[in-house]
Design a protein around this ligand. Structure first.
Ligand code: ADP
Length: 256
């Protein structure tokens, strides 16, 4: 009985240590898997515009007598693919830099920061034939990383503009509540289904790949936005806007 108990005990301790070893390695394995799928996705995303570009350029060479005007469609499509790739590579670079840790560098910020940002958004919305309204409720200056906040709000603004129709309306409201900054970005566009709401913050996730690609979407904006919010130890959520569209709620924890 003693020997059997000892053997069982010994076997149990081996199993426990094996389990412990696997469990402690889990974060390393998960990080490796994440990295691997990131590289796979990035390569895939680069392959598509490169294939289109190659195709378009080959078409250009098929007819040596054609003028630039004759080939204008091929040329402008090629240019669009080059723009897509430029955007993708700069987003990838941003994400890679962010992966090594975002450092929040707060500076004293007041109304003028938001006002000038909103003036830019108003211009961009007007150029796109859409409406924009911005509202700030701030009774005192706050400590904010202006570059990161601008990047965060611009990602959401760009999306709101991108995914609304011609009569689209984008609203941003900023409000300080205790030691939090609440930012709401809403639009009256096509909206996001409940199923997709869970995935839109994943890297490279696009609800409708073909459609968003046309709009220049690469599925990286919201994952970058989430990283910025995480660095702030804040929260970002997405819900339906009523009667139509999407609403992103952000809460940033402010430093005293
Ligand atoms: P993308 O660069 O493709 O816009 P994002 O990460 O910013 O990438 O967004 C992921 C996907 O979420 C988009 O492709 C789009 O399908 C959806 N999405 C994001 N914002 C909105 C919005 N305001 N309205 C509708 N769909 C949206």
């Amino acid at each position: 009985i003693i020997i059997t108990t000892m053997v069982i005990f010994w076997l149990l301790s081996i199993m426990a240590s094996l389990y412990l070893a696997a469990w402690t390695r889990r974060p390393v394995v998960a990080a490796f898997e994440r990295q691997k799928s990131f590289v796979e996705n990035a390569s895939h995303e680069l392959r598509t515009p490169l294939a289109i570009l190659q195709n378009r350029l080959e078409l250009l060479f098929q007819n040596p007598n054609a003028t630039i005007l004759d080939e204008s469609e091929n040329i402008s499509e090629s240019l669009q693919e080059v723009r897509n790739m430029r955007l993708l590579t700069s987003n990838l670079l941003n994400l890679a830099r962010r992966d090594s840790g975002i450092k929040i560098e707060p500076e004293e910020t007041g109304l003028p920061f938001f006002k000038s940002l909103f003036a830019n958004y108003e211009m961009l919305a007007e150029n796109a034939g859409k409406q924009f309204s911005g509202q700030v409720d701030l009774d005192e200056n706050i400590m904010l990383d202006q570059a990161l906040t601008k990047q965060l709000m611009t990602i959401l603004f760009d999306n709101a503009l991108k995914y609304t129709d011609d009569d689209g309306e984008v609203k941003i409201s900023v409000q300080k509540l205790n030691n939090q900054l609440n930012i709401i970005v809403s639009d009256n566009g096509e909206g996001i289904s409940d199923q997709d709401k869970k995935k839109v913050f994943d890297r490279f996730y696009r609800v409708d790949k073909a459609r968003t690609r046309q709009k220049g979407g690469l599925g990286l904006g919201l994952s970058l936005a989430k990283q910025i919010v995480d660095a702030y130890k804040g929260k970002v959520s997405v819900e339906d806007n009523h009667p139509k569209g999407t609403r992103f709620n952000i809460r940033l924890r402010l430093e005293k």
